[in-house]
Ligand binder design. Structure first.
Ligand code: MG
Length: 377
């Protein structure tokens, strides 16, 4: 029986994780979870999963009746504290930079990580890898592309190339000119995946894939030039690994996050009946295109920040998070997101000396302030 703590239980990955746990109660025991501000998710989970001892939430004031109704459960405002209770796997499904601190505290508590929060590796990949090694903690990807790669890799043979597939989002056939006129509603319609608003916008701009390049770099110990992206609109091939003998291995499945979640929870074993089996004869065609890095600028930015390292990946993430917020609030246009990130990166001064988590947090703050000052916020 594996003890599980789920951070971000109310989001899209969180909900899918709950579904996997529900189906496999003989294998997993949920002992803690967090929801941040969506407090209506708390009680149904407590009713269903009787072993939950810890619940993380944004504000205790909002859940006073729950606190008295469940005296045996410890409610906490500190999500990092929730991540630090001893368990077998912490599933980190928090969105954005907010996922970094809970990952650090989970590692320091010797808890293995199933990572859906790619920002943890984007902003502090070097430091997180070092920390995980020091505490002998494993980080298993939940991101579908990285799970696919993880499933294709071989212990005995180094990969020659890692190929991340990208659906291209809703706009991949549009010209830059068309993109000027894209609305929030257009951007929120992803063709193949059902996801939260932040990652859906990131998929439309291709920043999601940019982050995934950085995530892959830190997860799989390859050089920057060994990671490439292939546009694959059907989202059936979830990524590929090339080997020196000319072989190419791919992972194929329907677009259902329960597959990578279940795999990260039960690795190296696979669970039964996680989702429908892909029927290849029902798939009419699989297309692959090389992305134009000038058209999909965020991809080029990912390679640039990986060359520079320092605080640049962190700034890339922070500027994008703020820009996406502005776009979701209808304060800026779609293409402004990319423009804002580029400008913020240009204004960034690298820090001297050793990179630390403290410096990462400062850089994140600086970049957010820089973006907000552009709009007098
Ligand atoms: Mg992904």
């Amino acid at each position: 029986m594996k003890k599980i703590i789920l951070l971000g239980a109310s989001g899209s990955i969180g909900t899918s994780t709950i579904e996997v746990l529900r189906k496999h109660k003989n294998k997993f025991r949920l002992i803690g979870f967090s929801v941040y501000s969506k407090t209506s998710f708390i009680e149904p989970i407590l009713q269903e999963f009787k072993y939950v001892k810890f619940v993380g939430v944004k504000s205790l004031k909002e859940i006073k009746p729950l606190i008295s109704k469940y005296p045996k459960v410890t409610f906490l405002e500190d999500i990092s504290k929730v991540a630090s209770y001893k368990c077998d796997i912490v599933v980190n499904a928090i969105v954005g930079f907010a996922g970094l601190k809970p990952t650090i505290s989970a590692i320091k508590a010797n808890n293995n990580i199933a990572l859906a929060n790619k920002e943890t590796l984007v902003v502090a990949g070097q430091l997180i890898k070092k920390l995980a090694k020091h505490y002998n903690v494993s980080i298993t990807p939940i991101d579908s592309e990285h799970s696919a790669i993880f499933q294709c890799l071989e212990k005995e043979n180094k990969p020659n190339k890692i190929i991340l597939t990208a659906s291209g989002g809703p706009f991949f056939r549009k010209s830059l000119q068309d993109l000027e006129k894209v609305t929030l509603d257009d951007a929120l319609k992803h063709p193949t995946w059902q996801m939260g608003p932040k990652i859906t916008i990131d998929s439309a701009t291709m920043f999601n894939k940019a982050f995934e390049i950085i995530e892959a770099y830190y997860l799989f110990d390859v050089n920057v030039d060994q990671i490439s992206v292939l546009i694959h609109p059907q989202s059936i091939v979830h990524s590929l690994v090339a080997f020196n003998d000319g072989s190419l291995k791919a992972h194929l499945a329907i677009s259902d996050m329960k597959i990578p979640i279940a795999y990260a929870l039960s690795y190296p074993l696979r669970l039964n009946d996680v989702t429908k089996q892909l029927q290849l004869d029902e798939v009419s065609n699989l297309e692959f295109y090389k992305p134009d890095l000038k058209r999909f600028k965020p991809l080029q930015l990912a390679y640039d920040v990986l060359e520079k390292k320092n605080i640049y990946p962190c700034v890339l993430n922070a500027a994008n998070e703020e820009a996406v917020k502005l776009f979701l609030d209808k304060k800026i246009k779609f293409l402004d997101i990319i423009d804002i990130v580029e400008k913020t990166l240009k204004a960034t001064k690298p820090i001297s000396g050793t990179l630390t988590f403290k410096k990462i947090i400062e850089a994140d703050k600086w970049a957010r302030g820089y973006v907000r000052r552009m709009f007098d916020l």
